[in-house]
Design a protein around this ligand. Sequence first.
Ligand code: CO8
Length: 257
Amino acid sequence: MTYQTLLVEQRGAVTLVTLHRPQALNALNSQILADLLAAMAAFDADPSQGCAVITGSEKAFAAGADIKEMQAQGFADMYGHDFFAGWDRFTQTRKPIIAAVAGYALGGGCELAMMCDFILAADTAKFGQPEIKLAVSPGMGGSQRLTRAVGKAKAMEMCLTGRMMDAAEAERAGLVSRVVPTADLIDDAVKTATTIASMAPLAVKANKEMVNAAFETGLAMGVQFERRLFHALFGTEDQSEGMAAFVEKRHGVWTGK
Ligand code: CO8
């Protein structure tokens, strides 16, 4: 399938999605949203694919929501059509997604990266929520996810001043899992995604669900949710295979059941 604003390729069990609106630094408009939702639905439905990587260009992962698309909209348009609510569907993708960020990840671009399961950053990456300079605010979850990722002090400063955080600060603050040289970003992200895709598929989904539950529940409920899913994995063929393979000193062969 081809998309107007994305380049999508399969590298083994990894779906590599490249945002491709170079003329607008990958600003997120309605077309990118529609394309990404379609690409993620295809990825989730394809049993040969185990993990996705979303990336942009060397200059920009994405420089925000498309300001030119939003410029003429009023309250009735935004609220009436629940503008960009479709991004919530992106977060319902069940298989893991890695954001591989080089260059600018601003506004909606930073928010998209944070909607992925984790962020690998190139040393050129710059994160920010500069919407306040446009007299608006984050609208795709940035005030919530950034605060959970880096804490109130940094999130508040970034939202109120619009200042950017570089890759080193983002790693120190816990926004990104690792920083790698720009030239290695895609290879590293695909290699990491390949490792994830090599794991038993039901265990991958369960691990993703339980880590995400940490953001939605209190500790006791979260631990209980984890334990129930852990118990449930003992009903899978792959659990029997995984533990037998360990004891027999061989690699497990997964059925996804
Ligand atoms: N939207 C539309 N077009 C953009 C955007 C954007 N967010 N960012 C860049 N572009 C366009 C520019 O207009 C320019 O196009 P043209 O050549 O036709 O004038 C082209 O991309 C290249 O950009 P620049 O010439 O500005 O490139 P520079 O290297 O000089 O600067 C920057 C790069 C610093 C990234 C600069 O482009 C910039 O500041 N961009 C805007 C960043 C920003 O404010 N982002 C936040 C947008 S608002 C937002 O994301 C809200 C999210 C929530 C919405 C949800 C609603 C429910």
